[in-house]
Write a protein that binds this ligand. Structure first.
Ligand SMILES: NC(=O)C1=CN([C@@H]2O[C@H](COP(=O)(O)OP(=O)(O)OC[C@H]3O[C@@H](n4cnc5c(N)ncnc54)[C@H](O)[C@@H]3O)[C@@H](O)[C@H]2O)C=CC1
Ligand SMILES: CC(C)=CCC[C@@H](C)[C@H]1CC[C@H]2C3=C(CC[C@]12C)[C@@]1(C)CCC(=O)C[C@@H]1CC3
Length: 346
């Protein structure tokens, strides 16, 4: 009997488990002895111990089978920020998350861990050692952030300590690591087009970049510490590497590690931000006629030219969080994992 209880409490579902973070999370959960159900709109791999359910999280009937007999759900699905598609973000991140919550309640799921984002409080002004008490951004810089705010509120408000669904939100920042489809590939593509010669602003702004394995560790700690009497219920938690670094030093380390030149020439922040706003408006106007996606969006320029680093004291205090992988090792492992993106490799 004891064995059966332990076996069932080691079951979980990962919504978005085919993605970058999702797959790292699944691999760690398997290593910790969990049986994992992955629900995703696409299947990107197969692994022993994983049952795959393919479907759209906005479709409750498709989602329910993946949550059957599962006490713990991780929700880390989202459209990519680069899509900049307001209707898609609204449908998946907001309406879809309502459906995830309903499906969890109907299936008797006990715990829901959401992957939110530290950027829910970011609106382009400097944030230095920001705590979870900062207010949500009143004027988010993009549709992605706008809907991540709504999503986080929905999940945290759904927390019911009286025998119902328990919820918690993890707010990582600037996730990077092997198989990341975003940060390193966009950086390298920009460098290959000759556009990574410039530093936006004076280059001294400090930022959090978080190794994917540390983000995974934060998620699992949160799941395992979430109980009706614990302080985690209905709360957000920053999970970072706890080693803020100059944005442009981080970019240079990755670029140089892959054989590209580090950016050298400075451009005034306000000039680049203004140009990015103009390009974004132009892309919006031209959208019915042609697909045109600027590399330097207002959000990316703001992230590149301001301070945005966050305190993870709350996670240390309430769940004993300490990042297992330091930044130097994390950057080295990331660079090594992208042989195909090295300078000179087609
Ligand atoms: N990458 C980063 O720097 C950060 C990411 N986050 C959050 O972390 C989470 C994971 O992000 P990544 O792994 O980087 O993205 P990703 O794009 O690699 O993974 C997202 C997954 O969600 C799935 N998905 C999208 N729409 C779906 C739908 N309608 N139904 C079912 N599955 C769907 C995708 O197929 C994909 O596998 C997201 O919630 C994102 O907002 C938060 C902070 C920083
Ligand atoms: C200036 C330039 C073109 C740099 C290339 C790297 C950028 C693509 C990344 C630098 C900071 C990253 C980041 C995110 C996406 C990729 C970057 C802009 C997020 C917006 C991803 C989703 C989040 O929740 C917040 C992230 C903040 C940092």
């Amino acid at each position: 009997m004891a064995t059966r209880v332990r076996a069932s409490s080691k079951r979980c579902a990962v919504i978005g488990g085919s993605g970058f973070l999702g797959r790292h999370l699944v691999e760690r959960l398997l290593a910790r002895g969990y049986c994992v159900a992955v629900f995703d709109i696409r299947q990107s791999y197969e692994l022993p111990g994983v049952t795959f359910y393919q479907g759209d999280l906005c479709d409750k009937q498709a989602l329910l089978p993946a949550l059957k007999d599962v006490p713990l759900v991780f929700h880390c699905a989202s459209p990519a920020p680069a899509s900049d598609d307001r209707a898609l973000f609204q449908r998946v991140n907001v309406q879809g998350t309502r459906i995830v919550i309903q499906a969890c309640k109907e299936s008797g799921v006990q715990k829901l861990v959401l992957t939110s984002s530290a950027s829910v409080v970011y609106e382009g002004a400097d944030i230095k050692d920001g705590t979870e008490d900062l207010p949500y951004a009143r004027k988010p810089l993009d549709y992605y952030t706008e809907t991540k705010i709504q999503q986080e509120k929905l999940v945290l408000d759904a927390c019911d300590k009286d025998g119902g669904l328990l919820t918690v939100a993890i707010r990582p920042h600037g996730i990077f690591g092997p198989r990341d489809p975003q940060l390193v590939p966009i950086l390298v593509a920009t460098a290959r087009r000759g556009k990574m010669k410039f530093i936006i602003g004076d280059g001294t702004n400090l930022v959090d970049f978080t190794f994917v394995e540390n983000v995974v560790h934060g998620h699992i700690l949160a799941a395992e510490h979430l109980r009706p009497e614990s302080p985690l219920c209905g709360k957000p938690y920053h999970i970072t590497n706890d080693e803020p670094i100059r944005f442009w030093d981080f970019m240079s380390k990755v670029l140089v590690g892959l054989g590209y030149a580090a950016p050298r020439y400075h451009l005034p922040y306000m000039l680049v931000y203004g140009l990015a706003m103009l390009l974004w408006l132009l892309a919006l106007v031209l959208r019915p006629l042609m697909a045109f996606k600027p590399t330097f969006t207002p959000m990316r320029v703001a992230l590149a030219g301001t301070h945005h680093y966050y305190s993870c004291e709350r996670a240390k205090r309430d769940m004993g969080y300490k990042p297992p992988v330091g930044l130097t090792e994390a950057i080295a492992r990331t660079v090594e994992s992208y042989p195909h993106l090295r300078h000179g490799v087609a």
